[in-house]
Design a protein around this ligand. Structure first.
Ligand SMILES: Nc1ncnc2c1ncn2[C@@H]1O[C@H](COP(=O)(O)OP(=O)(O)OP(=O)(O)O)[C@@H](O)[C@H]1O
Ligand SMILES: [Mg+2]
Length: 426
C-alpha cells in the first residue's frame, strides 16, 4: 500500500538524516520513489530476508539496520553509485549519535604541557576554583604581554584534563598578531576535529556556531581560547552548558565578557622576587643567594619572558656574566641585550605587538609618559592630553599598560616604559 505521507516527486535526500526514525522514513521514501516494489521483489533484488527488510523500514525502530542492509536497499532501489555515499554518511551519523558520550572519539587539541611553573601556585588554585564554580561562564586569565598567561592555562589544563573526558579543545585566536580569527572559523575547526564532515561545515557561519554550541553543550569538555582580542571574538563560542568549562586568555580584561556572560577574572602579574630568583638559578646554574641574581630579577621586572631571555643570553658564553648583564640592564639596555631586531625574536614580538595593539591616541600618551622622568602620574595631569583622557586611561588600564598605584595615580608598566624609551632613543 502507498504511504500517503511520502512525497515521491523528488529523489529522497539522505543528507538531513539525523535519527533512526529519519533514516527509516527516508528509506521508505526511496522504496516508494522507485515504484514501490513489494518486499518479495526487494528480497529478490537484495538477497535480504523479507522480515529484515520490513524491519529496516519501520518508523518505530530503536536501532538502525546494519550498514550492509542499507547499502543493499539503496542499490536495489536504483540509486547510482555516486549518490550512495550520502546514504552511508547518513547511516554513520545516526550510529554516531547513538554511541554513549564516553565512547565517542576523544579530541585533544591542547599544545604540550609546559611542565612545572614556579611561582604560580596561587593563580593555579584560583583558576581551578573558578573553572569548577563557573558552570557555563568563562574564566578570563588576563595580564600584561608575556607575563605567562598561556603557560599558566596550559599547565592547569593538563593537570585537570581527566575532569573533561569528552575532550580538550584549544584555539590560538592570535590577537597578538593582529589577525583577528573569526569565531565561525574557530567553530568549524572544532567541529572538524570532533568528526564533522566537510559537507556538514558548508552551512553558514551562524549555523556552524549554533551547531558547535549544541554539540558541546551537554559534554564534559574543556575549551581554551588563547589570546583573545575582545569579547566579541569569544561570546559566540560560549556553549553555556553546565558541564563544559571555557578558559580565555587575553592581554585585555575583557570586561564585556563579565557583563554579558558572567566571566570571572584571574589576573596574572609578574613573579614574586623569590620565584623569579629560583627560575633564574634553575635556568643558569647561578649560585642561590648571589646578590647579582636578585638584581637581575628586579631589573627584568621578574618577567618570566625576560628571565628566560636573560638565561639564553648567558648560556654557553664564558665572555658573558651576570655582572655584565646587570650593568647593561642598569643602563636601560634591556631590549638591546635581550632581544634581536628581527621579527621572529619572541621578546621583540611580545613588546612590539603590545605597543602596536594600543589605540593610536593611547600610544601617544604612553610615549609622553615614557619620555618623562616621573614614574607615576595623577589622573588630573593627563587631562592635558585632551578631553578623551579618562577614556584613554581606562583603555590603558584594561590592557595592563597602566597600573593604578593608589589615590588616582597611575604608573606605566615598567617593561613597557623601558621598551618605548629604547625605541625612542634608537
Ligand atoms: N612561571 C613561569 N616560569 C617559567 N617560565 C614561564 C613562566 N610563565 C611563563 N613562562 C615562560 O615565559 C614565556 C612567556 O609566557 P607566555 O607565552 O605564557 O606569556 P603570555 O602572557 O601568554 O604572553 P602573550 O601576552 O604574548 O600571549 C614562555 O616562554 C613561557 O614558557
Ligand atoms: Mg599567550
Amino acid at each position: 500500500m502507498e504511504d500517503p505521507l511520502l512525497d515521491i516527486s523528488v529523489t529522497p535526500d539522505p543528507r538531513s538524516v539525523r535519527t533512526v526514525a529519519d533514516l527509516a522514513t527516508r528509506l521508505r521514501e526511496l522504496k516508494t520513489w522507485t515504484g514501490n516494489p513489494s518486499f518479495e521483489e526487494l528480497r529478490r533484488r537484495t538477497g535480504v530476508p523479507r522480515s529484515t527488510l520490513a524491519d529496516a523500514l519501520r518508523p518505530d525502530r530503536r536501532r538502525p539496520p546494519s550498514l550492509d542492509v542499507v547499502r543493499r536497499i539503496v542499490r536495489a532501489c536504483g540509486v547510482d553509485p555516486a549518490s550512495a555515499g550520502a546514504w552511508e554518511a547518513a547511516w554513520r551519523r545516526v550510529v554516531g549519535a547513538l554511541v554513549p558520550v564516553a565512547e565517542r572519539h576523544h579530541v585533544t587539541l591542547l599544545p604540550p604541557d609546559v611542565g612545572d611553573l614556579p611561582g604560580r601556585d596561587l593563580e593555579l588554585v584560583r583558576l581551578d576554583g573558578l573553572a569548577q564554580q563557573a558552570s557555563g561562564s568563562p574564566v578570563v586569565v588576563t595580564g600584561a604581554a608575556g607575563v605567562g598567561k598561556t603557560a599558566l592555562v596550559l599547565r592547569w589544563a593538563h593537570r585537570r584534563r581527566l575532569r573533561y573526558p569528552d575532550g580538550h579543545l584549544y584555539f590560538d585566536l592570535r590577537a597578538r598578531k593582529g589577525d583577528k580569527v573569526a569565531p565561525a572559523q574557530v567553530a568549524r575547526e572544532f567541529l572538524r576535529a570532533m568528526g564533522a564532515t566537510e559537507a556538514d561545515l558548508h552551512s553558514g557561519d551562524e549555523a556552524c556556531l549554533a551547531r558547535f554550541r549544541s554539540t558541546v553543550y551537554a559534554r564534559r569538555t574543556l575549551i581554551v581560547l588563547d589570546d583573545a582580542a575582545d569579547a566579541a571574538q569569544v561570546l559566540p563560542l560560549l556553549p553555556g552548558g553546565p558541564l563544559c568549562s571555557v578558559v580565555v586568555t587575553s592581554r585585555h580584561r575583557l570586561d564585556d565578557l563579565a557583563v554579558q556572560a558572567g566571566g570571572r577574572l584571574v589576573t596574572v602579574g609578574s613573579l614574586e622576587p623569590a620565584a623569579g630568583e629560583s627560575l633564574l638559578v634553575t635556568l643558569t646554574g647561578a649560585d642561590r643567594g648571589d646578590p647579582l641574581v636578585a638584581d637581575v630579577v628586579r631589573l627584568c621586572g621578574a618577567s618570566p619572558l625576560l628571565l628566560r631571555a636573560a638565561a639564553a643570553w648567558l648560556s654557553d658564553r664564558p665572555d658573558r656574566s651576570l655582572r655584565t648583564l646587570r650593568s647593561r640592564l642598569e643602563r636601560g639596555q634591556h631590549f638591546a641585550v635581550l632581544s634581536r631586531p628581527d621579527e621572529s625574536c619572541p621578546v621583540r614580538q611580545v613588546f612590539a605587538s603590545w605597543y602596536g595593539s594600543l589605540p593610536e591616541r593611547a600610544r601617544d600618551l604612553v610615549v609622553a609618559m615614557a619620555a618623562g622622568r616621573r614614574r607615576a602620574f595623577a589622573a588630573a595631569d593627563l587631562w592635558l592630553v585632551g578631553r578623551d583622557a579618562p577614556h584613554l586611561l581606562e583603555q590603558l588600564v584594561a590592557c595592563h599598560a597602566l597600573v593604578p598605584v593608589g589615590r588616582g595615580r597611575y604608573a606605566l608598566h615598567e617593561l613597557l616604559r623601558r621598551y618605548v624609551r629604547e625605541c625612542v632613543r634608537r
